[in-house]
Design a protein around this ligand. Structure first.
Ligand code: NAI
Length: 513
């Protein structure tokens, strides 16, 4: 396929030599373009280039870059202190302060300066490309080119089209990003684009679980890491991002979607912001980072004697790799016919019946389906590797039954972590809500299935795209979990996307639609 990427002799101009602008300038120079970096703070662009030189020096010392490559990159970067110097650029990427009026005025200056075929891209993470271009003389060349921090490392570029963006311009930005070694995705100018919209439930569900005292921060973080396969849990991650920043993004997405409760900000996060506990940067967020402060440990249930036998009712379905892990760990597994559909896919020990959460509370499911000693287990990214799983149980489940489940999981080297009897546990409800948001983004043409999944993996390092994850668990199962969560809470927040319902009714997966 032919590429519409800008040729490497095209001048790329970057405006704003802050965290993002400097990184973007480095990416373009590494790809071989001459780059001019402009900032209205005197000396800021020269300083930024010096800093890039120092960082590349470290990479040379570690053998990740050659001295010639470093020299090449630096020789292609020119700091400039006046905007007129950008007149001959073919692509301008603006990465200045996140303020619509300021960005519009810089855009107006660029329109006067640059030729009509110069692409004017903005790295904005929250402003509308449509409104940015509203008064432009040639609005078709205004486009979003949204990098992620740190730009030289993070692969994703969201290529954002506003109402007037010329598709050929978006294509050139897409192909150029590819040529720069990035993973671009097309998206439309809607609040949060793909990543900052689809990621909201990752924070929101953990925050809600904490608020409901389902488990503490350390336990929920450990579950998202050790069972969910995410690099960090929501509390350690928001402590790193800064609660002021993360809370502001949530509020802006919530407001932009006219107060849709799916995006409702969290009162406990607001309280941290109010208290000035902004996370690592202030030494205190959900965790205390002061010297000598003890890091809390995740809750665990201990096993004295691993349990070496259980039965499986019907087919294990999404728990198949857990079944295989039990067998590989020396557990004797007896297959049993499913006498009722409600029991299909459950493990049994002498006392306990063990089921994957379906979005109902254990107490509710035990009563509705007539199951004694019910213990629920959470979803895992990969049951063959998970080192921890959340479990919850019904009010009438015996202590012995719970202990048998702890002992069975221990036989396979999995630590059982207790949660209160909340619907959907931790990983299942988070993944279901991520997939739901991804489904709505596809339904509303904000991105396609592959683009949504790629954006979440390349932009925020998710271990699997949420739609591919939904396909793996089963679209119908995800839809059922959401419907059950919606019924449990009586809240619109958990309403399944129409696309999820449609695929579920058609028996299709996202990747088959
Ligand atoms: P920053 O505050 O580190 O840098 C902004 C730079 O722009 C400063 O050096 C400032 O002097 C300069 N500047 C401000 N107004 C200017 C003007 N009128 N003309 C020329 N230079 C001007 O900000 P950061 O974090 O680099 O963000 C820049 C843009 O990138 C914003 O639109 C932000 O939303 C977006 N963004 C930020 C991400 C992040 O993680 N920080 C991630 C993705 C996008």
């Amino acid at each position: 396929m032919s590429s519409n990427a800008l040729s490497t002799d095209s001048l790329v101009a970057v405006i704003g030599a802050g965290a993002m602008g400097a990184g973007i300038a480095q990416v373009a120079a590494q790809a071989g373009h001459p780059v001019k970096l402009y900032d209205n703070r005197e000396g800021a662009s020269a300083q930024a280039i010096d800093k890039i030189g120092a960082q590349l020096e470290k990479l040379v010392a570690r053998g990740k870059f050659t001295a010639e490559q470093r020299e090449g990159v630096l020789s292609r970067m020119t700091p400039v202190d006046n905007i007129e110097a950008l007149a001959d650029a073919k692509l301008v990427v603006e990465a200045i302060v996140e303020n619509l009026d300021v960005k519009r005025s810089v855009l107006a200056t660029l329109e006067e300066l640059c030729s009509d075929d110069c692409i004017l891209a903005s790295n904005t993470s929250s402003l509308s490309i449509t409104s940015l271009a509203a008064n432009a003389k040639v609005p078709g060349r205004v486009v979003g080119m949204h990098f992620f921090n740190p730009a030289p490392i993070m692969k994703l570029v969201e290529v954002v089209s506003g109402l007037a963006t010329d598709p050929a311009v978006a294509e050139t930005v897409y192909d150029t990003s590819l040529a720069w070694g990035k993973k671009p995705v097309y998206t439309r100018s809607t609040p949060g684009f793909i990543v900052n919209r689809v990621a909201r439930p990752f924070y929101a569900e953990s925050l809600r679980l904490l608020q409901e005292q389902a488990a503490d921060c350390a336990t929920l973080d450990a579950l998202m890491r050790d069972a969910g396969g995410f690099r960090m849990g929501a509390f350690e991650l928001t402590d790193l991002i800064g609660h002021d920043v993360n809370y502001a993004v949530t509020c802006s997405v919530f407001d932009a979607y006219y107060g849709d409760f799916r995006f409702q900000p969290s009162l406990i996060q607001k309280e941290l912001v109010d208290a000035g506990r902004l996370g690592r940067k202030t030494g205190h967020g959900f965790y205390d980072y002061s010297e000598g402060a003890e890091r809390p440990q995740a809750a665990e249930l201990t096993s004295e004697l691993p349990l070496k036998q259980c039965s499986i009712v019907g087919s294990a379905g999404p728990l198949m790799s857990l079944q295989e892990r039990f067998v590989a760990s020396g557990v004797t597994l007896t297959p049993v016919e499913a006498d009722q559909a409600a029991f299909d896919g459950m493990f049994r020990t002498t006392d306990a019946t063990i089921a994957l959460t379906d979005g109902r509370m254990a107490c509710q499911r035990a009563v509705e389906d007539g199951i004694d000693n019910l213990v629920l287990i959470d979803l895992a990214l990969d049951y063959s590797k998970a080192s921890r799983l959340a479990i919850s149980w019904a009010h009438n489940t015996s202590e012995a039954a719970v202990q048998q489940v702890v002992d069975l999981l221990a036989a396979a080297g999995i630590t059982a972590t207790p949660m209160a009897d909340v619907p959907g546990l931790a990983v299942m409800r988070t993944v279901a809500m991520l997939a739901n948001e991804g489904a709505d983004a596809v339904l509303h043409n904000v991105g396609d299935v592959a683009g949504v999944d790629l954006a979440m993996c390349a932009g925020v390092n998710y271990p699997r795209g949420p739609l591919a994850w939904a396909d793996q668990v089963g679209v119908a199962r995800i839809e059922a979990a959401l419907s059950n969560l919606q019924a449990s809470y009586g809240e619109d927040r958990y309403r399944p996307s129409l696309l999820l319902r449609r695929l579920s009714a058609q028996g299709k997966s996202f990747h088959e639609q």
